[in-house]
Design a protein around this ligand. Structure first.
Ligand code: TRP
Length: 330
């Protein structure tokens, strides 16, 4: 059984794109793997200092992942800052992480450009903290998007470097988790680009069905094709992309045919699309309300999660110290 670890950004409400692209796969991974899911709130400090809002976001993300089907009976769910041992591992790994390689990391260069007033050391050593998250559990696999591949590569480098320096075979090199298919990118409803949190073009897991229908009906379209089999403009392509992800192949085939024969009525297509999205999101948004009201469940989940995560963390830090040659003086 593989150990799988995934870190989750603590930045607010999940949308349909997050769910179809990642969260749904996390739910599936729980079968047959030893899974850890944690909320990376220390990482969030590299861009956002701790605030009331961050605290609310951590809770919201937790609630939404649980509502989506992450099951604390099957997986370990915890909050990064509940595991203080991570800080010691981060310190030890930092001693063998070099300025040059950290400066060359794409995410660092990008963030430094975006927040020139706050290029803090945490930003620079972000990949080291991430390596600590992963190596702490000796994870075999880490499901990551494209933007995180370089960080995973650095984790492997830090693991190898530790093994070489101390002449041990201690850390294993974690691999990217491949879902065995192409990763789906869900576009927004505003005609172009990806569905995003800040773009105002998204359908959120917490939206109720009325809101969903309204958003879908307002999606950008055009006046329709005038010649059979004409190429699809981007906004229409986007609606079909979403439809392929949420509707049955028959439904997709039906509307494709209507498009190709210039008989399509976008109103009908959107109605169908809205119903198919509601079918996916409604059970989740209902669970969000239930879980949000159940403080005891949330508390039990994160306390048990932290306890299980700390068991690994304590052991890994102890073993690292032994390998590195720390000895008690007295
Ligand atoms: N950097 C990841 C992101 O931005 C979050 C993360 C932190 C993570 N630690 C991790 C992901 C460990 C996987 C494993 O999405």
């Amino acid at each position: 059984m593989d150990t799988v670890l995934s870190g989750i950004r603590s930045t607010g409400n999940l949308h349909l794109g997050n769910y179809l692209g990642a969260v749904r796969n996390f739910v599936r991974m729980q079968e047959g793997n030893n899974c850890y899911f944690f909320i990376a709130d220390y990482h969030a400090l590299t861009t956002h200092p701790a605030t009331e809002e961050m605290h609310r976001n951590v809770r919201q993300v937790l609630v939404e992942y649980l509502a989506s089907g992450i099951d604390p009976e099957k997986s370990t769910v915890y909050i990064q800052s509940d595991v203080p041992e991570i800080c010691e591992m981060y310190l030890l790994l930092n001693m063998n992480a070099y300025l040059g390689e950290l400066c060359r990391t794409s995410s660092f260069k990008e963030k430094a450009r975006k927040q020139p007033e706050n290029v803090n050391a945490g930003l620079l050593t972000y990949p080291v903290l991430m390596a600590a998250d992963i190596l702490m559990h000796h994870a075999d696999k880490v499901p990551v998007g494209k933007d995180q591949e370089q960080h995973l590569e650095m984790t492997r480098k830090f693991a190898r470097r530790f093994n070489t320096m101390f002449n041990v075979e201690y850390f294993k090199e974690p691999q990217a988790y491949n879902f065995g298919g192409e990763l789906i990118k869900i576009p927004g409803l505003d005609g172009s680009g990806k569905m995003g949190k800040s773009e105002g073009n998204g359908i959120f897991l917490a939206d109720d069905e009325k809101v969903i229908r309204k958003k879908v009906m307002k999606a950008v379209t055009d006046s329709g094709p005038t010649e059979p089999n004409s190429p699809m403009p981007e906004p229409i392509q986007n609606l079909f992309t979403i439809m392929k992800a949420v509707s049955t192949p028959d439904t997709v085939a039906y509307f494709t045919e209507k498009y190709n024969t210039c008989e399509i009525r976008y109103g009908d297509m959107k109605k169908q699309l809205a119903e198919d999205i509601v079918a996916i999101i409604k059970p989740i948004s209902e669970r969000i309300k239930e879980i949000d009201a159940d403080n005891e469940f949330l508390k039990r989940t994160v306390m048990r999660g932290a306890e299980k995560a700390r068991e690994n963390a304590i052991k890994t830090v102890r073993e690292m110290r032994e390998i590195m040659g720390f000895k008690r003086l007295f």
